[in-house]
Ligand binder design. Sequence first.
Ligand SMILES: [Zn+2]
Ligand SMILES: [Zn+2]
Length: 413
Amino acid sequence: MKIFCGGAGQEVGRSHFVIEQDGFRVGLDAGIKIIEDRGIEYPILQDNIKFLVLTHAHMDHSGYVPALDKSIPVYMTKPTLLASEHMWIDAIKVARKRNRPPDYTPRDIRRVLRDAEILDYGEWGASYGVRFKMLRAGHLLGASMVYLEMGGKRILYTGDFKYQDTELIRRAEPPPQVDILIIESTYWYQNHPDRRSQIQRIYEVVDRTIDMGGVALFPAFSLGRTQDLISILVDRYKNRVPIYVDGLGKKINLVYRSFRDELIDRGFLKKLDEIDEIDGMKRRSKILDQPGIIISSSGMLEGGPALYYVFNLNKNSSIILTGYQIRGSNGYRLINYNKIKMNDVELRVDLPVYHISISAHGDRGDIMEFIQRSSPEKIVLVHSDSSNIFQEELRTEHGYQVFSPTTGQWLDL
Ligand SMILES: [Zn+2]
Ligand SMILES: [Zn+2]
């Protein structure tokens, strides 16, 4: 059996993998990596993919799907399809705004929507003698791990997973025993700080900020993190200050609305009703004089209304980043150097910046537990900047047969 790493090999972004058995090829995810500084990085593709399974709607997993060969059937969960639609439409808008040719057309998106093969968690799909199913991955609404039986081997690809409940989403289900485990290892090097104490820290910063008359700005991924923050912030602050949501997150809220039974937070729909959605520059400029909370895309400040807010907040305001920041992104620059790069110019941001992570990924403990439970013969580490170091550790200290491919590499397993 061979596995091709077409992206997310010793990097985070543009996840894409191909599993090959006797010349027969199955694809997993097809994402892109967007760092405005460098442009878009695409997955490396192979011919002859019989079908593709998409784990979730984040662009680093889904962003290239509408541009794939039209004859490739794509399997995914229903929430992933509905959320992806918004992400893809937005990607075309962003490309046009930046005078970049879009990678696909609205028509391509409609075709994927029409032809997508929908699978529920636990439901078996079968194609060309390969059996596979989606398993709950925790990470966000609709996110799945993919379990495949192919060429006599049992394979689990985790996609992005979280092995703890969050406010909204139930945790990943325990992994089955497999022969080959392809596992995201974003946070292999650390355990997450206790989530409740992180949320407490967020409350402290917001309290302090609004007491001084400032605005607490949360640049946030529109899919997943925006909804986490709504769940965390609304009840505590709704009677004190207005809570605004701006950017693509507004559309994604609609998707969360339509899958209410999937959500742990039973009061979430009520919380959505408390939110004030912001559209257009005129309103944006009007909400910054009074204390308030703004949740706005994008999560790494690579675009979206969050960039406008950063440069127009009043001086008592704070910026709170809660997600993973890719090296080279504006979020990374802001945390480390208090700077943001726009149109090739670095601008200083003279406001307090906090990085209080409430991660949607598994941490070191979760990753180790996943490995032990699935007791794989072979492990493929993906979706991490430094998986090669983790590979060394797993091999020398734990005796596993481990691979840490770079993007573009074929593995012979
Ligand atoms: Zn993700
Ligand atoms: Zn990812």
